[in-house]
Design a protein around this ligand. Sequence first.
Ligand code: ZN
Ligand code: FE
Length: 254
Amino acid sequence: MLKIIQIPVLTDNYIYLLHDTISGETAAVDPAVAEPVLQVLKQRGWQLTYIFNTHHHGDHVGGNLELKQHTGCQIIGANADKHRIPAIDKTVEEGDVVKLGTHTAQVIATTGHTSGHIVYYFADNNALFCGDTLFVMGCGRLFEGSAEQLWQSLQKLKALPAETRVYCAHEYSEANARFALSVEPDNVALQQKMLFVQQQRAENLPTVPSTISDELATNPFLREDSPAIRATINAIANTSVEVFAKLRRLKDSF
Ligand code: ZN
Ligand code: FE
């Protein structure tokens, strides 16, 4: 079995600890900081085998060095980011797989938020660790890629099985839902999701993970072909990429 522990850190980051109960191997996905990870490892009696990084931003790699010092773990990240992921040991790219004991993740390249962004997809566990590419009802900002590149990347994630759980790296759902409702106010699934998000956040509970099927129903960045969204933002006759780019620009200044 693959155990997944969600650790909220900083203002709105999530670190994930993955533990294979058969081999005992453990991985941290995007450790923004080290101390909370070390605490969970100690509580559970686990040893850190790997760090899986999705991209080079500080709120995803900030704990790399300290965790490696304490645990001797091996750090895995994108080949394209090997010059800027601290203490990286092993580079991967699209088509590669990474192993965690008896479990295997496919590496999918998702350029857009950054040029080297990758995600880790555990098909057998229906779990996607997507960093800052896809959020609950949102997507990453375009720091190093074009709208077209991020749109292409999201098409790959859209094509994953509907039941895939989406473990993104930030709790941005409430702000994302507000924007989503502004462009698609009559979407009932979205209205219901907003209620769920507000209930969870009122109790300081996570709204992550969602699922690909939830995202297909509510996430405007996967719904650029929705006639209602296109009508709201005056983009009825535009291409999918153009509508996506316009949504991204609108969200940037929302
Ligand atoms: Zn980032
Ligand atoms: Fe981030």
